[in-house]
Design a protein around this ligand. Structure first.
Ligand SMILES: Cc1cc2nc3c(=O)[nH]c(=O)nc-3n(C[C@H](O)[C@H](O)[C@H](O)COP(=O)(O)O)c2cc1C
Length: 274
């Protein structure tokens, strides 16, 4: 499926039919997870699909606003920004694969990690976020609609909040980087924790590089590392869309001293156009 179509189609689902994945869907997703285990600087994440069958012992998510969930995708990452970004970059590809397979998903940042005692967590690692996967109940509950409304889930800020010229710090219009307008638009449409949309992207015209920065929108989310997750998600959208549009490139991380400090922003990584 076209990646732009898939990104546009994905939205967080909070009402699931309480059934397990079909063996075919599970197998398909598992094969994809194995292919998709290597991220930035070859850092590996081994995601697991975990099914919980005991309806009596359901983890309460968002105070019970998420219904019918019983299948989760998760792994562990080092408790660092770089590893969380990498985790999310790989996981969002799994989310888009699931979307393409007509499965529904929801990223979850607030959960009880002890619920997943089958996953061993090494020292210095944690489970930075999980993804629920399953089949959507076509009739979303009142709570589902309320939650979407309260985080303004369908709304994204405009281009002028996110995309800038690196040297002048002025707004980057889509005409200026026409070839990349789809890639940037797919960043804009990415999901983020509490729909906070912390991505800021600066284009260096001379070196043809897009620098990705994080803006802390919520201190609470930042403390939980969720803005790092948001960054990795957006970066996977940027990459997948660029590659589909025939725009090659690669991710690199400049040394801090080689990146201009920008007020309130934290440098994450750079896409070097091919
Ligand atoms: C890292 C991350 C953590 C999230 N955590 C939660 C969560 O704990 N509970 C929840 O209901 N939604 C959660 N969401 C879903 C966001 O609220 C949702 O992506 C955002 O409102 C945009 O809506 P959309 O995904 O339908 O486009 C999370 C999303 C991300 C990316």
């Amino acid at each position: 499926m076209d990646i732009i179509e898939t990104i546009r189609k994905r939205k967080s689902c909070r009402t699931y039919i309480h059934v397990a994945l079909t063996p075919a869907d599970k197998k398909n997703l598992e094969s994809y997870i194995i292919e998709d285990s290597k991220g930035f600087e070859n850092e590996v994440v081994n995601f697991n699909i975990i099914e919980k069958n005991n309806a009596d012992n359901q983890m309460k998510l968002d105070y019970g606003m998420i219904k019918g969930h019983n299948t989760y995708i998760l792994g562990t990452a080092k408790s660092t920004t770089a590893s969380r970004v990498n985790y999310a970059y790989l996981m969002e590809k799994v989310v888009l694969k699931a979307t393409e397979m007509n499965l529904s998903t929801c990223w979850i940042g607030a959960f009880d990690s002890t619920y997943f005692n089958e996953v061993s967590i090494e020292d210095g690692f944690d489970i930075p976020s999980i993804v629920i996967v399953g089949y959507s109940d076509d009739k979303p509950t009142y709570q589902d609609k309320f939650l979407r409304f309260s985080v303004k889930a369908s709304k994204r800020q405009r281009w002028n909040k996110f995309f800038f010229n690196y040297s002048s710090k002025t707004l980057l219009t889509s005409e200026y980087v026409k070839k990349y307008s789809d890639s940037l638009e797919m960043v804009r449409l990415a999901p983020s924790s509490g729909n906070t949309q912390p991505w800021r992207v600066f284009f260096d015209e001379t070196l043809k590089e897009f620098h990705f920065f994080k803006k802390v929108i919520s201190k609470r989310y930042e403390l939980k590392g969720l803005h790092d997750i948001d960054m990795g998600i957006a970066m996977s959208h940027f990459e997948l869309t660029s590659l589909q549009n025939g725009l090659s490139g690669r991710w690199l991380k400049h040394a801090k001293e080689n990146v201009e400090p920008i007020d309130e922003l934290q440098y994450i990584m750079t896409w070097e156009c091919g």
